[in-house]
Ligand binder design. Sequence first.
Ligand SMILES: *Cc1c(COP(=O)(O)O)cnc(C)c1O
Length: 401
Amino acid sequence: MSSNAARVAGRHFLQIPGPTPVPDRILRAMDMPTIDHRGPEFQKLGKRVLEGMKSVFKTANPVIIYPASGTGAWEAALANVLSPGDKVLMFETGHFATLWKNMAIKLGLHPEFIASDWRIGADADAIEARLREDKNHEFKAVCVVHNETSTGCISRIAEVRKAIDNAGHPALLLVDTISSLASIDYRHDEWGVDVTVSGSQKGLMLPPGLSFNALSPKALAAAKKSTMPKLFWSWEEMIPHNEKGYFPYTPGTNLLYGLAEAIDMLHEEGLDNVFARHDRHAEATRRAVRAWGLEVLCRDPKYYSSSLTAVLMPEGHDADAFREKTLDHFDMSLGTGLTKLSGRVFRIGHLGDTNDLTILGALSGVEMGLALAGVPHKKGGAQAAMDYLAECASNPLRAAA
Ligand SMILES: *Cc1c(COP(=O)(O)O)cnc(C)c1O
């Protein structure tokens, strides 16, 4: 941002799977004086967002809002319902599942990690089999990442719920929806989830800085028995204040103005239409990838993510060298490969405030970047996406299929 740097015209293409571009409407909604968070004006805002988030999680139970990134809400979920020494069953979907598992260890929990190759979502059958073996019900919780942002694979939460029920196991179900909430269909109550974790800077189209726990009555009962030390994260501290529209400590007031606007925007579009739009952009992206002759990392269509697509680089080509080209020449940020996938994949984010032309612009940038970086590929990916989106526009029923 130095004054003698050359100006780059137009909007930066932030095509990473979070943070996502913040719509002007949300920026304007946040451009407000910060008010007294103990006053009556705040109370209205507090009630509005606490109630509004229930409609986004699809729950009738309390939603907690933290002034923290998603990592904080992960910690809150574990710290409120578990106690040091508890066993938890987690599934290795990728980088984020691994970080959550490492956090569990740091908190004094004993996670067991079901391994996978980072190319599928959580395998409900494997979870059921492991829970059936646990005759003494030592696992206190099952933790899964709904949308694994490092791989572009989703976990089918209704199936995981069924797996726990089929095994007749009382474990709580904890789900990370940080990169899926408000982008991919999610139903906290209907799917019997006990704690859903989420964050502000992905599908909710806000800047980073807010995160969430959606609760269940069973989670609230477990919280009463938890001996994990906590104060900032404690639901017990939060809930009595939240019931009156307030918070026990200073909330992220201006982000909450943005959140109120985001909730309105989601309902104006209709959540089902938001999900259909993400499905459509994901399919357009996968068609482009196939036309280029490249491979989608997710290896089974039943786990395809609608919020991002991770693309495997051809052998011998570095994903980050390619990403540098799209940034330098087209002012577009693509997602990097994380840990095990470093250099081997790039990720195209297609979540949040994205329309048909944004995604086509991004895919055109990828196609030009592949050529500039000398990555072997076929032309016509952007065209394949264009054909699909034009077909969807002329036949909405086709788009829903
Ligand atoms: C982004 C992300 C996180 C981490 O959230 P922060 O806001 O960076 O703390 C965790 N899990 C998933 C699935 C994510 O996409």
